[in-house]
Design a protein around this ligand. Structure first.
Ligand SMILES: Cc1cc2nc3c(=O)[nH]c(=O)nc-3n(C[C@H](O)[C@H](O)[C@H](O)COP(=O)(O)OP(=O)(O)OC[C@H]3O[C@@H](n4cnc5c(N)ncnc54)[C@H](O)[C@@H]3O)c2cc1C
Length: 405
């Protein structure tokens, strides 16, 4: 059996290892000068390679088409991923939120572990070579055409990734291969990225990190997302952990009427916060309003809160009315901004959308349209939240295709 794997990323490498372990003749074709360019930048260079969670928790973190993942996560679970890498000699550690990293904190060690096994198995690795098209005949795979020649194959595994961070080599070629043989590719969207905000107000907040705040996203008043954690303001709007997770739920929506609202004091009820403000005010009776919030808020955000509260900044604290305090409370508990759009594919962590999973066998990752053609990893219409879940998708699907006889 001759097997071609297109793409030397996370999913392609595990597919190639498993296919070669079955004794097949395996050629892996990678356009870059080295393997795993995207893997290298994962987890800020530390590679959060999976999440040490149950299969159920994993599925809860898959945003698009979790049901499709049921079978492959049963075949190759997060704990199987951990065992797999430990058997390759990579020591692992588990951090906050069950995130799994190499003990060395180096993504290059993850790549090295996979590459060493590929070399040990003598997988034929073709670097600096780009697959241009796939060839089929009568509903069966025939091989691939590259910029250097042609390869015949009984099986082709497309592991070309998504369209984000195209500088890593993942430029969406797999979607074209899929379309060329009649597969449906859904609309593609950036996901796990920052949000561009409307207006100008956020600009003065650039660089401000907010910890322990609650971010809520709503569309025309209906809640889409609400969670507590960390976020930051940037030159275009907002980013950070809360925002990335939120973006995954906004990725496929028309964003008209979408608003994000920040509760700057989520640990305090309205009553507790009002008591706290009254206490601060009583200590600052003779001060002007603008000088009364230093103990409560980071400096950078005070001017905006004052503006939203609509209280004159030079007003003496002693004459601030209960009604004005109420509007201050609203500004503190729901500081809202209108969302303009998601950041683009150059910055997004993953692609939401891809080869329609309706046309893929969820057990084997084989195309239901073309015999011997497989799709694995991010090229599929499956995506998840941050936390190691996206690489787990790559490993589970890559492994599932890799063990097919
Ligand atoms: C900045 C960043 C940080 C991330 N951090 C994490 C993290 O910590 N944890 C996590 O779970 N996920 C993370 N992700 C997501 C994760 O990297 C992807 O989900 C995963 O890499 C997808 O694996 P893949 O094998 O499908 O595709 P890729 O890893 O993208 O690999 C595809 C490969 O195919 C090659 N290729 C494409 N087309 C062709 C062609 N025509 N011919 C030859 N070769 C081709 C590309 O060069 C590439 O090497 C991160 C992503 C980014 C951008």
């Amino acid at each position: 059996m001759r097997v071609i794997v297109i793409g030397g990323g996370a999913s392609g490498m595990i597919s190639a290892i498993m296919q070669k372990s079955l004794g097949f003749e395996v050629t892996m074709i990678e356009r870059n000068e080295k393997l795993g360019k995207k893997l290298y930048i994962t987890g800020k260079g530390r590679c959060n390679l999976t999440n040490d969670c149950s299969k159920e928790e994993f599925l809860q973190n898959v945003v698009s088409n979790p049901k499709f993942m049921l079978s492959s996560i049963n075949t190759f679970s997060p704990s199987d991923t951990m065992s797999f890498f430990e058997e390759l000699g990579l020591k692992l550690k588990v951090e906050r939120g069950n995130r799994v990293f190499p003990l060395s904190d180096k993504s290059s060690d993850v790549i090295k572990a996979l590459q060493t096994r590929l070399e040990k198995l003598s997988v034929d690795i073709k670097l600096n070579e780009t697959v241009l098209s796939i060839k089929t005949e009568n509903g069966k795979i025939l091989g691939v055409v590259t910029d250097k020649g042609e390869y015949l194959a009984d099986k082709v595994i497309v592991a070309t990734g998504g369209i984000t961070y195209p500088s890593t080599g993942s430029r969406g070629d797999g979607y074209e291969f899929a379309r060329s043989v009649g597969h449906t590719v859904t609309d593609l969207y950036p996901s796990l990225c920052g949000l561009n905000l409307k207006g100008e107000e956020y600009k003065a907040l650039q660089g401000l990190t907010l910890k322990n705040v609650k971010l809520t996203a709503t569309q025309n008043g209906k809640e889409i997302y609400s969670e507590q954690g960390e976020m930051l303001f940037t030159h275009y709007g907002i980013s950070g952990p809360l925002v990335l997770t939120c973006s995954a739920l906004l990725a496929r929506r028309n964003l008209s009427g979408v608003t994000v609202s920040i509760d700057l004091k989520p640990a305090l009820s309205d009553k507790q916060l009002d008591d706290r403000i009254l206490r601060d005010f009583s200590l600052n009776k003779n001060k002007e309003f603008k000088n009364s919030l230093d103990a409560l808020l980071p400096k950078a955000i005070i001017p905006l809160v004052i503006k939203r509260a609509k209280i004159p900044e030079y007003k003496k604290i002693s004459i601030i009315t209960a009604k004005e305090r109420e509007s201050l409370l609203t500004a503190l508990k729901s500081l809202s901004f209108d969302v303009l759009s998601l950041r683009g594919v150059n910055e997004a962590v993953i692609t939401s959308g891809g080869v329609s999973v309706k046309e893929i066998n969820p057990k084997t990752m084989e195309s239901k349209l073309i015999d011997g053609l497989y799709f694995v990893g991010e090229v599929l219409d499956v995506d998840a939240f941050t936390g190691g879940f996206n690489l787990q998708i790559a490993f589970s699907t890559g492994y599932s295709a890799g063990i097919q006889e």
